[in-house]
Design a protein around this ligand. Structure first.
Ligand code: PGA
Length: 271
């Protein structure tokens, strides 16, 4: 999944080519878009991203629109992600959605541990770990989200928080699991606030995450791991972020709800 070598020579800038990691832009639609609205946006994206190569693209509509989106995406290179999943396969878990169901809907990815799940729905490092495990066991790839709150950053514990989230979320995992995992660093203070982390602020945490993965797993796994930045990403700030050595993509919320802004983000190399 990481870096198709044939694409490498086509990459325009040295930075995005670093270690051959294929840039990955994903749109997290959150609780937005009905089935009808999803189909309309997917059709627009299929058109505007038709010739896109050298960048992996995924969208994460709400559960209710996944199946319809998958049908509409047939034949397109845009991947589909769920915004969450539960770890059991089936049973008496009212309101939950299993990895089997997510796969059946046509998803290749699952976003897990988003800060809104942690903040509003009691997600912990332990439950994140169980969800990641279940997703990987069912052949889904995972976008694993980490990031500190404003208070934590102001207290100077942002690195400690991210470290704890990574150690907890990836507990008991081997190198194989990491091959199907992307980490998204999303500082909570930057999500939906219009207050993006500067490329330097993001880069220092991305580098820290990569070093942590090197220590926990191996240099090879760390070099191959793609780390997305998330938090108020727009067409105006994507380029500066992507120029950083350890930023390999973006998890985009608000700006992914519109075909024009999302496509411009995906086309960051053309700026
Ligand atoms: P935002 O959301 O781009 O609207 O800040 C990012 C996210 O929550 O994934």
């Amino acid at each position: 999944m990481v870096g198709r070598s044939g694409d490498r020579e086509n990459l325009k800038t040295k930075e995005v080519d670093f270690m051959g990691r294929l840039p990955f832009i994903a749109g997290n639609w959150k609780m937005n878009k009905t089935v009808e609205e999803t189909l309309a946006l997917v059709r627009e994206l299929k058109g505007s991203l038709k010739e896109i190569k050298e960048v992996e693209v995924a969208i994460a509509p709400p559960f209710t629109a996944l199946h319809a989106a998958a049908q509409e995406l047939k034949g397109s290179s845009i991947h589909l992600a769920s915004q969450n999943l539960f770890w059991e396969e089936k049973g008496a878990f009212t309101g939950e959605i299993s990895p089997v169901m997510i796969k059946e809907c046509g998803c290749q990815y699952a976003i897990i541990g988003h800060s809104e799940r942690r903040q509003h729905f009691g997600e912990t490092d332990e439950t994140v770990n169980r969800r990641i495990k279940a997703a990987l066991n069912h052949g889904l790839k995972v976008i694993f989200c980490v990031g500190e709150t404003l208070q934590e950053r102001e207290q100077g514990v942002n690195f400690l928080v991210v470290e704890r989230q990574i150690e907890g979320g990836l507990k008991d995992f081997g190198e194989l699991a990491l091959q199907n995992l992307v980490i998204a660093y999303e500082p909570v203070w930057a999500i939906g606030t219009g207050k993006t982390a500067t490329p330097q602020q993001a880069e220092e945490v991305h580098l820290f995450i990569r070093q942590k993965i090197r220590f926990l797993f191996s240099p090879k796994i760390a070099d191959e791991l793609r780390i997305q930045y998330g938090g108020s990403v727009t067409p105006d700030n994507i380029k500066g972020l992507m120029e950083q050595e350890n930023i390999d993509g973006a998890l985009v919320g608000g700006a992914s709800l519109n075909a024009d802004s999302f496509s411009r983000i995906v086309r960051f190399k053309e700026m």
